[in-house]
Write a protein that binds this ligand. Sequence first.
Ligand code: TYD
Length: 235
Amino acid sequence: MRRRHDEEQAACHGPRRRCARHAAVSPAALHEFVVNAGRLVVFEGIDGAGKSTQLRRLAVALRAAGHRVIETHEPTDGRFGQRIRALARSGTRVAPDEELQWFVEDRREHVAAVIQPGLTSGAIVLSDRYFLSTVAYQGARGLDASRLLAEAEAEFPLPDLALLLEVDPTRGLERVAARGGIAEPAFENTRGLIDVAAVFRSIDRPYLVRIDGDREPDAVASQIHAIVQERLALL
Ligand code: TYD
């Protein structure tokens, strides 16, 4: 330990070497630190993956540990979210680009009204779906998934952690049916979900962690709690 410190000191004081540790904090880093005092944890996965159950359980655990938690979801209950749901229930599909626009508009409102204020106030914001859903669902409709990801990351706050619950699409749909959910025909069918799951599988990001969701909820919950502890030290 001591040796490492000495080596760092030596490197730091060497000619023309800049030491990150001793360098002044950049304005951008300071802004990030002050503006986003909270944490953003998002749950992603196909329909029926168990996102809402696991989000609620994590919220309970975080509150018990003394944190202020905001639970939220996409599509939202705002005007774009309501339009999306109405469309989904009707079974009609609009062109992929138009659909994309609605989800993006919904997210703009969501970030401005809920997510960013939550982060600024130091809360832990838990969201049931966020921009990786757009990458996977609208990507599965033929839009370029890497472009969708790049655009989303350029515009919206990055999650500190994205928990991707992976389940077999047939199993996911069985779960949607079992909870009495009306399958939203526009988004929820096995063929479509297989494509969506494939795009989710292809996403690789440092903030993304994959979790096997085809297990008992207790087992999934303990893995999630362990990951949240390991990555963010919140529990
Ligand atoms: P869902 O999570 O099922 O909402 P709820 O359970 O509240 O009805 O989301 C509705 C559908 O919207 C779901 O099939 C996934 C889809 N979706 C997208 O296609 N793109 C997105 O960006 C988001 C957030 C959701």
